[in-house]
Write a protein that binds this ligand. Structure first.
Ligand SMILES: Nc1nc2c(ncn2[C@@H]2O[C@@H]3COP(=O)(O)O[C@H]4[C@@H](O)[C@H](n5cnc6c(=O)[nH]c(N)nc65)O[C@@H]4COP(=O)(O)O[C@H]3[C@H]2O)c(=O)[nH]1
Length: 688
């Protein structure tokens, strides 16, 4: 019982939730066919019952009338045989159960005819309502001859009705069946199947995927056909949109997972790959390495040759890294000029070292760029899983620390991670942070190194060299922080300060009648390409009232020789301000004589390395002679840097070098020391 209720409950829920359409249509067809038929049947029953009764009643009356007339003559002549035959005829009527003819003229016994089985039960059946009996007087010529009594079967009508009912029912069932047989295929083919097709078409739309879609062709011209065609159009449009979406998705995935410049995996994808590698390495008890690669001097190339060249360089480096590594290794561009490499499945430490060497060599080969060729190197840090760290962040952090170690050891090399490197890296970061505050805190100072006339020894200029008076570490030289400032971009602010301070000091000396000659200020590659340089120079000159020829900027040869058109434009503007140009470290880069002619600097500074070797190395002597000859030919001034000995001084004098700078003459000095040095020389000259 309980399960029946449950079933009913489920059916009700199903009904509420909606039957499938084919069942609904079948139910509707059944209801539409059977309900009118059933109604018709019921009404027909009602009507025929009433009309049947009336007909039977009429039939009984007619029979009584005919019967009484037909027996009147035999009664009159007392013909009992004829009476008996008449009674027998009446009994032939199926309604009639018994007939009695009573003679009222004679005392003759009545003529009786009773159907078998009713002989004794007539009165009881009448009492039970199953028989009707009717009495009719037999009259002839106004004389009452007797009575005709007939018992009729009261259930006779019911039987007829029942028979009629079954016939009607059979007809209705036939009609229902015929209707179903005719209607069902029609509904199925004209409605249900198209709806099923529409459903399949709509499902295909809902489950739209990139896979091949079924094609639905509609030839019908009714509403369903129209709907199908519309769905088809929607499907086509969707297919088109999905196609576009797929292409966009692929594009987005590429953007999200790969570096757009180099096409290498980006950091997100790299993290994913390293984390998978960790799972596998743990399972198989394997090791793998992570290289942290940072390009040395990339900033200088980028700043001096422009961003397009920088991009070109990165693309080339990425290609070389990819070519150098094995198929199984992964190289990713982490940011800017930093790359990460996942070196899978390593058997020995030496494997890593060999790979690192190959990478260093590959990166160091010259790269031909649009504005000339450039050379960069790489500093690399190597951390090993699981020895150095067991999670991605620490693994990369430790490789980064090792990379800094490689950088501080002189760049263009690799270094393995060791935990004590942590503290050095911390110190480095700390220094970078402190440098940001050093300018505002007034911790930067300038020292000045004299430049003297090679022949007379007269002071012709001073070079301003920056120092950092660190509150804890004492006086720091540029080697400790210029690279840091270039990497962090703080060099721009530092450059502006240096320029203004050097000009201020020059103006102060001038005001006090001290002639230090031309003031030379170093300008880094980044500052040289910065459009603010000209404003900075202009304001430094006007703020301090300096005249043309009193200020000179030193730019390294490599900076000037890249993007020479731009360099030339900058130099022309600098010159227009009355500021001189000296090419620093001359001879160390690739000098092109034609560019030198075009750029026309005021002065060449022969690099210290050549000067220091002049005592022992014939080549260096030849180079110095060559540079001096070249400068003379182009009417440029030549300053030799790093003069440390009297022999070097003598040689340089002999070559025709114009000015000398170096420890032999004087070290870079603070303002007071320089003033004392000048006073001392003046005293000596006076005494001499
Ligand atoms: N061994 C030896 N060295 C000598 C001798 N004579 C001079 N020097 C050193 O050589 C460097 C000359 O400067 P530089 O080539 O422009 O090279 C400079 C320059 O490129 C850069 N620098 C210094 N000050 C500034 C600055 O204010 N701005 C920029 N952008 N760079 C600066 O830092 C570099 C190093 O500067 P310092 O450490 O001051 O080192 C100075 C100076 O102390 C010598 O006889 N023997």
């Amino acid at each position: 019982m309980k399960s029946i209720f449950q079933l009913l409950g489920r059916l009700r829920a199903r009904w509420r939730g909606g039957l499938p359409l084919r069942y609904t249509v079948m139910v509707a067809v059944l209801a539409a066919v059977t309900a009118p038929a059933a109604l018709l049947l019921a009404i027909e029953q009602q009507l025929s019952e009433k009309s049947q009764q009336a007909l039977l009643a009429q039939g009984e009356s007619a029979l009584m009338a005919i019967g009484s007339v037909s027996i009147a003559e035999p009664m009159w002549v007392v013909d009992r045989v004829a009476l008996d035959a008449a009674a027998q005829r009446l009994l032939e009527n199926p309604q009639v159960v018994a007939v009695r003819i009573e003679d009222g003229l004679t005392n003759a016994p009545p003529v009786e005819r009773i159907r078998d089985g009713y002989a004794r039960v007539l009165d009881a059946e009448v009492a039970a309502g199953r028989l009707n009996h009717q009495v009719r007087q037999v009259v002839r010529s106004g004389e009452n001859l007797g009575r005709l009594v007939v018992w009729f079967d009261a259930t006779y009508g019911q039987g007829l009705l029942q028979q009629r009912r079954s016939q009607m029912f059979t007809l209705v069932v036939l009609q229902v069946l015929v209707s179903l047989v005719v209607l069902t295929p029609m509904l199925v083919s004209r409605v249900l199947k198209p709806i099923e097709r529409l459903k399949a078409q709509a499902s295909a739309l809902v489950e739209h995927s990139s896979e091949e879609q079924p094609v639905f062709i509609w030839r019908r011209h009714d509403e369903l056909g129209l709907l199908g065609r519309h769905l088809g159009q929607v499907q086509d449009r969707l297919r088109e949109l999905f196609g576009q979406l797929g292409a966009k998705n692929a594009q987005l995935e590429q953007l999200a997972m790969y570096d757009h410049l180099t096409g290498l995996p980006n950091r997100s994808l790299f993290i994913d790959l390293v984390q998978r590698e960790m799972l596998q390495a743990r399972r198989n008890q394997q090791k793998f390495g992570v290289f942290f690669i940072d390009l040395d001097r990339f900033k200088a190339v980028n700043d001096s040759m422009g961003h397009a060249a920088g991009d070109q360089l990165l693309i080339e480096v990425a290609r070389r890294l990819r070519d150098t590594l094995r198929e199984v290794d992964v190289v990713c561009r982490q940011s800017g000029d930093e790359f990460l490499v996942l070196v899978r499945d390593i058997a020995h430490w030496e494997t890593l070292g060999d790979m690192a060497d190959r990478i260093l060599q590959a990166v160091e080969a010259p790269v031909v760029l649009a504005g000339g060729s450039a050379r960069v190197s790489a500093s690399m840090g190597i951390a090993l899983f699981p020895d150095d760290a067991e999670d991605f962040e620490n693994l990369v952090k430790n490789a980064d620390i090792a990379m800094y170690q490689a950088k501080s050891l002189g760049r263009a090399r690799y270094s393995f991670f060791h935990s004590e490197l942590n503290s050095r890296r911390q110190a480095h970061l700390e220094l970078e942070h402190q440098l940001g505050q050093a300018i505002t805190a007034g911790e930067l100072v300038l020292h000045y190194q004299p430049q003297v006339d090679a022949n007379t020894g007269a002071l012709v200029g001073v070079e301003a060299l920056v120092r950092w008076q660190h509150p804890q570490r004492g006086l720091l030289y540029p080697g400790h922080f210029i690279g840091l400032a270039e990497e962090s971009g703080q060099i721009a602010e530092m450059g502006v300060w240096t320029l203004h301070e050097a000009c201020r000091q020059k103006a102060e000396w001038k005001a006090r009648g001290l002639d230090v000659g031309c003031m030379s200020v170093n300008v880094s590659a980044l500052e040289f390409r910065d459009h603010r340089l000209l404003d900075s120079l202009q304001s430094a000159l006007t703020d301090n009232g300096l005249q043309p020829g009193e200020l000179e900027i030193e730019i390294t040869e490599s900076v000037l020789m890249t993007e020479t058109d731009t360099s030339q434009r900058i130099i022309e503007r600098v010159r227009a301000l009355g500021v001189g140009i000296a090419i620093d470290d001359f001879g160390t880069g690739y000098s092109s004589l034609s560019y030198l002619k075009r750029l026309r600097p005021n002065q060449l500074k022969i690099d210290r390395s050549f000067v220091s070797d002049t005592a022992t190395d014939n080549d260096s002597r030849a180079i110095v002679r060559g540079v001096v000859g070249l400068a003379n030919a182009l009417s440029l001034n030549v300053v030799a840097e790093g003069v440390e000995t009297v022999e070097q001084q003598a040689f340089l004098r002999e070559t025709g070098c114009h000015a000398l700078q170096g420890y032999y003459i004087a070290r870079p000095m603070a303002v007071e020391a320089l003033e004392a040095w000048m006073a001392d020389r003046n005293n000596k000259e006076t005494t001499a």
